[in-house]
Design a protein around this ligand. Structure first.
Ligand code: FES
Length: 134
């Protein structure tokens, strides 16, 4: 069992969540200095996942801040990343919570110790997918 199972919402239970194994993008599509959003379902009420670079790999989260449930982007595919002392954070644009990547844990801000909801990935031959069901 994943050690964070039961501590954060299950992405699969959210409205519009795509099926495990769904292709999200090419690995090369994930920018080094920004996030990449992918949306599923109806605009405004569907499912949004954001991918970030984490060194040579990528991580993904439901695009929703646990503080007030608002998306993490400032605009289409505009996310604010902050690098310091070899660590990378994504900053929520609403109340400035800092989430450490690749874990997605808030270490400063109004939802300290809360987590972004992780979406497990599988990368094969340069293609990034939501991890297949186990
Ligand atoms: S909605 Fe993200 S810090 Fe408040």
């Amino acid at each position: 069992m994943n050690p964070i199972d039961g501590l954060v919402p299950d992405w699969r239970a959210l409205p519009g969540a795509p099926a495990p194994g769904t292709e999200l993008c090419q690995l090369a599509d994930v920018p080094a200095d920004n996030g990449l959003e992918r949306r599923f379902g109806p605009a405004g009420s569907g499912f949004s996942v954001v991918l970030f670079r984490a060194g040579e790999s990528v991580c993904a989260f439901v695009n929703r801040c646990p503080h007030a449930g608002i998306a993490l982007n400032f605009g289409d595919d505009v996310f604010c990343l902050f690098d310091s002392d070899g660590q990378r954070d994504v900053i929520c644009p609403h109340h400035s919570a800092l989430f450490r990547l690749p874990e997605g844990v808030c270490h400063e801000g109004p939802c300290r110790d809360d987590r972004l909801t992780p979406v497990p990935l599988a990368v094969e031959a340069g293609v990034v997918r939501i991890a297949p069901a186990r």
